[in-house]
Ligand binder design. Structure first.
Ligand SMILES: *[C@@H]1O[C@H](CO)[C@@H](O)[C@H](O)[C@H]1NC(C)=O
Ligand SMILES: *[C@@H]1O[C@H](CO)[C@@H](O)[C@H](O)[C@H]1NC(C)=O
Ligand SMILES: *[C@@H]1O[C@H](CO)[C@@H](O)[C@H](O)[C@H]1NC(C)=O
Length: 578
């Protein structure tokens, strides 16, 4: 009897605590570790938008690790959309921030409305935006989490992190004159992301999320540079325990990060552009943010390391190879040195298209294709041309270049990593490929290159279901695909398996028959990929296997041999016309 009373009291205490923790439905005021936040009703979900998670990284805190926020008195109104870190955004309006400033460490939380009828703690999806580490922001229409939260019942969080030199300047170990101590100055952008993860750990229960480390309930995800970031969090112990699952969207795994030597060279070019002596932190901090942005943009026009030509694609990026990051993250995965978590990872079918058509604005004749390939990788150029022959003699070869880049940089490297994860003990790895392009056009600012092609980034509007914010609607085919995608994502975030919903909860789309999505190696001797298409979702096996087997033999870091490239080389059309 005594025991029963005790158990009863205990259960009551738990219920009481979890109820008291949730924000107040009538005022939308949430009591966080830093103070009170007032959210907004977004119709489909509750939003806490523009929530600060670190001290503004300005003044003496520019080019330093993010510092913990100080609390506030009173109530902070969390209703400001679209604040972004310093950048010149060249993306369509749907993914550009409306306010760009150095004080930019904010995140956005979307809580499903049924949280009060059903106060079960929800799985949490943290999304890290892309933009080649120099652009983008969390709180933009494209990544608006209100629809995904509404349809899945999960809590969606989008985050900001510092970009360009602000986030990725590498100075190594040195005396920080403002902090008055010797410290390592590197990878502030990664630290920003980690601090946002920590905020989720400390506070998400108030917003209906479940930070519980045992129940596999925080999934980190990202697209492109955000996906690279998510992958990097797996190979550093510093991020351990802040997430339990991974969802990688279009990770260009084969792009090299910088090693400290190259990163320091870039820092010197940057100092020069800014009009400061090399590694003069006080001088760097004395300039206004626009001057720093200008130097950040002009510094990388020099090719820092001609042997790592692919660095050209991401001129500012994380520095690896010392401290908490391994020299070659791909190699760390190969050697099993990564955090083992259930993973969903995939690519779109034409990842390379926007890049290739951006670089070569005119058709590429067959002979130029041969010249480019053999110049870049002389020792295997012939093998590559045998595997990826020019399409016809007279034709435009940009299509085959697109295929080559898509396979090498994105698809095959991602499937290689997925296989490495499985062989090092992560059995729950789910791969997908997305072959759907969106049917609507002008309002998302798509250019002709990608109109009706499944390009890099073209799947985000499906993942977030955010078309209504552009007053667009999905076609019936798209809607069916999007519903399936939503179901898989929601299931994965909640249970670690895209096929398994939370028991006892039925959402409308779950009643449809979704194709069963097998794990990568569900049956021996084969690999499985979920194929998203606006015609029909299906499961395929051995997707582009012969091409990826071919790529695997060359590996995904340090392209073996590279002819020397002139310092001033840029991929402009003039030079390519020869
Ligand atoms: C909040 O109020 C307390 C008591 O008045 C004061 O000591 C503290 O400095 C205030 N904090 C902030 C961040 O304004
Ligand atoms: C989804 O949004 C509708 C209103 O648009 C709302 O009635 C419903 O409760 C929401 N569901 C969840 C799970 O948030
Ligand atoms: C969508 O329609 C609403 C209502 O007509 C309008 O206020 C809003 O500006 C439109 N949005 C876009 C992106 O066109």
């Amino acid at each position: 009897m005594k025991l029963l009373v005790l158990v009863f009291t205990f259960v009551e205490a738990i219920l009481h605590v979890s109820k008291a923790e949730l924000f107040d439905p009538s005022t939308l005021i949430a009591d966080t570790t830093y103070g009170k936040l007032e959210g907004i009703d977004l119709e489909e979900s509750y939003g806490f938008i523009g929530v600060p998670f670190a001290k503004p990284p300005v003044g003496p805190l520019r080019f330093s690790a993010p510092q913990p926020l100080e609390g506030w008195n009173g109530t902070y109104k969390a209703d400001f959309f679209g604040v972004g870190c310093m950048q010149r955004c060249s993306e369509p309006w749907s993914s550009c921030p409306t306010l760009i400033q150095e004080d930019c460490l904010y995140l956005n939380i979307y809580t499903p409305k049924d949280i009060f009828e059903n106060p079960r703690k929800r799985g949490v999806l943290i999304f890290i935006h892309g933009g080649t580490f120099v652009g983008g922001a969390g709180g933009v229409p494209l990544y608006d989490g209100r629809f995904l939260a509404n349809m899945t019942g999960i809590v969606v969080v989008t985050i900001n992190y510092r970009l360009g030199a602000f986030g990725w300047l590498y100075l190594g170990e040195m005396l920080d004159p403002d902090a008055g101590e010797v410290t390592k100055l590197a990878n502030f952008g990664m630290d920003d992301q980690r601090m946002a993860f920590q905020y989720v750990q400390d506070n998400i229960a108030v917003f209906g999320g479940d930070p519980n480390k045992v129940s596999m309930s925080v999934t980190i995800s990202g697209q492109s540079a955000g996906s690279q970031s998510a992958g990097l969090h797996l190979v550093t112990e510093k991020s351990n325990g802040l997430f339990q699952q991974l969802f990688m969207i279009s990770n260009p795994f084969a792009l090299p990060y910088k090693l400290p030597g190259d990163a320091l060279k870039l820092a010197d070019v940057f100092a020069d552009e800014l009009g400061c002596p090399s590694r003069d932190l006080s001088c760097f901090r004395s300039k206004d943010a626009d001057a720093v942005l200008a130097a950040s943009r002009s510094a990388p026009s020099t090719i820092i390391n001609p042997r790592e030509i692919f660095q050209f694609f991401e001129q500012w990026s994380p520095t690896v190879g010392e401290g908490e990051y391994p020299p070659e993250p791909v190699e760390a995965f190969e050697q099993g040195q990564f955090t083992k978590v259930p993973t969903m990872a995939g690519t779109v079918t034409e990842e390379g298209r926007a890049y290739i058509y951006g670089v070569f604005s005119n058709p590429v004749p067959w002979w130029m294709y041969r010249v480019v390939v053999r110049l870049l990788v002389p020792n295997i150029g012939k093998d590559i041309i045998d595997m990826y022959p020019p399409m016809t003699l007279a034709d435009d070869q940009r299509e085959i270049l697109n295929r080559l880049i898509t396979d090498y940089i994105f698809l095959c490297s991602t499937s290689h990593i997925s296989q490495m994860m499985t062989s090092h003990g992560v059995s729950d790895v789910y791969n997908y490929v997305n072959d759907a392009s969106f049917s609507f056009y002008w309002q998302w600012g798509s250019d002709d290159t990608c109109y009706l092609y499944p390009c890099h980034g073209g799947d985000l509007v499906f993942i977030f279901r955010s078309a209504p914010l552009a007053n667009e609607t999905f076609t019936p085919g798209e809607q069916e695909m999007v519903d399936a995608m939503t179901a898989y994502i929601g299931n994965f975030v909640e249970t670690g398996n895209p096929n398994t919903p939370v028991s006892g909860e039925q959402r409308a789309w779950q009643q449809r028959n979704l194709p069963y999505w097998p794990r990568l190696f569900e049956k021996p001797g084969n690999t499985y990929t979920l194929y998203y298409s606006a015609c029909k979702n299906s499961v395929i096996s051995g997707y582009r296997k012969e091409f990826c087997d071919f790529m695997d033999t060359y590996g995904y870091y340090g392209i073996p041999y590279l002819n020397s490239i002139p310092e001033s080389m840029s991929f402009s059309d003039d030079q390519c016309r020869c």
